[in-house]
Design a protein. Structure first.
Length: 53
């Protein structure tokens, strides 16, 4: 690894800016998908057996 490349890496994670952006993008996409799936599951459950009524 070159000295220039080491300077671009984050001291805690060791990721470069491009790697950090790719990780963040994948994380946000998976979080969005998980949240949508959870919302759908709760809506279906509510339509089947509503709670707090």
């Amino acid at each position: 690894m070159t000295e220039e490349q080491q300077q671009l890496d984050h001291p805690l994670s060791g990721l470069s800016d491009d790697e950090a952006r790719a990780f963040h993008s994948a994380f946000m996409r998976s979080f969005r998908d998980f949240s949508a799936l959870a919302l759908l599951a709760h809506a279906l459950l509510w339509s089947w057996r509503p709670w707090f009524q």
